[in-house]
Design a protein around this ligand. Structure first.
Ligand SMILES: Nc1ncnc2c1ncn2[C@@H]1O[C@H](COP(=O)(O)OP(=O)(O)OP(=O)(O)O)[C@@H](O)[C@H]1O
Length: 261
């Protein structure tokens, strides 16, 4: 088990609903899971709990077999070394070239120079940036910048890769390329958890989908699609959630006249 939440509640403000509310979930080694849900549903809270940037108000969060609340603060960096993180806005160091951006992740943890010289080119190759080590971030396309972001996240060979909207700033074709890179990393054995609003990506990949709504898990499917659970009221007055039918969301019937506009 790579990530396990047991009755996890995160209260930010006692006057409002919890950011996460009694979450129970397990993510296994080697899984690829999408975390979906509307803005404010709790996706970032979930990722931040895994990273121990915040701690649960109730319940326990286990990462790679450790209860993160029990890790003394001086050992939190060690926990984070086992976790790669990819951001929507890339967060590269603008004054360092591609090689240096990736190498920096190893330098800060005291990795040997000879190991750095070996691992950085190998990682750049894996993400499709072979030969681009000398480029500066501003000389790269958005997709290439995100490849650097991914290389930096995985150069230390973390067991878990967390990605927060990694395709949020990219066009659809570039997003597909980035997903191919993440898929390859997952196939090499890394557990991937990705928060996203990108319906095309989720529907193409068909991997596990965990949907949050108002801090609760409303759906967890093995090979899910991007949809959203909607509340419906049955004839007897009982309430339930059902998946929004993609057809419900379809646009109005095609009218050839519109094309002429
Ligand atoms: N630092 C904070 N202080 C107070 N409330 C917070 C804080 N961070 C998040 N919240 C609240 O917790 C809830 C969950 O927020 P969270 O950021 O986890 O959602 P999200 O699904 O990541 O949203 P988005 O898609 O917009 O990033 C929201 O109601 C939010 O307002």
């Amino acid at each position: 088990m790579m990530i396990r939440f047991e009755h996890v509640t995160k209260v930010y403000d006692a006057k409002t609903r919890p950011g996460l509310d009694d979450i129970d979930i397990e993510i296994n080694r080697g899984d690829f899971a999408f975390l979906v849900g509307a803005s404010g549903s709790g996706k970032s809270t979930f990722l931040r709990l895994v990273l121990r940037e915040i701690t649960a108000t109730n319940g326990s969060v286990h990462v790679a077999g450790q209860n993160v609340a029990r890790i003394p603060s001086w050992r939190v960096p060690k926990l984070r070394r086992g976790l790669g993180v990819v951001f929507q806005d890339f967060r590269l160091l603008p004054n360092k070239n591609v090689f240096e951006n990736v190498a920096f992740a190893l330098q800060v943890i005291g990795t040997n120079r000879s190991v750095i010289r070996e691992q950085v080119p190998e990682t750049l190759r894996l993400v499709g940036l072979e030969g681009k080590g000398k480029r500066m971030p501003h000389e790269l396309s958005g997709g290439e910048q995100q490849r650097v972001g991914i290389a930096r996240a995985i150069v230390n060979k973390p067991a878990i890769l967390l990605a927060d909207e990694p395709t949020g700033n990219l066009d659809p074709a570039t997003s597909v390329e980035i997903m191919n890179v993440l898929d390859r990393i997952n196939q090499n054995g890394t557990t991937v958890l990705m928060a996203t609003h990108d319906n095309d990506i989720v529907n193409t990949m068909r991997r596990r989908v965990i949907e949050l709504s108002a801090g609760k898990i409303v759906r967890d499917e093995v090979a899910g699609e991007y949809t959203t659970m909607i509340p419906i009221i049955n004839q007897d007055g009982s309430r339930q959630l059902r998946k929004a039918n993609p057809k419900d969301q379809a646009i109005a019937p095609f009218d050839p006249e519109d094309e002429a506009l």
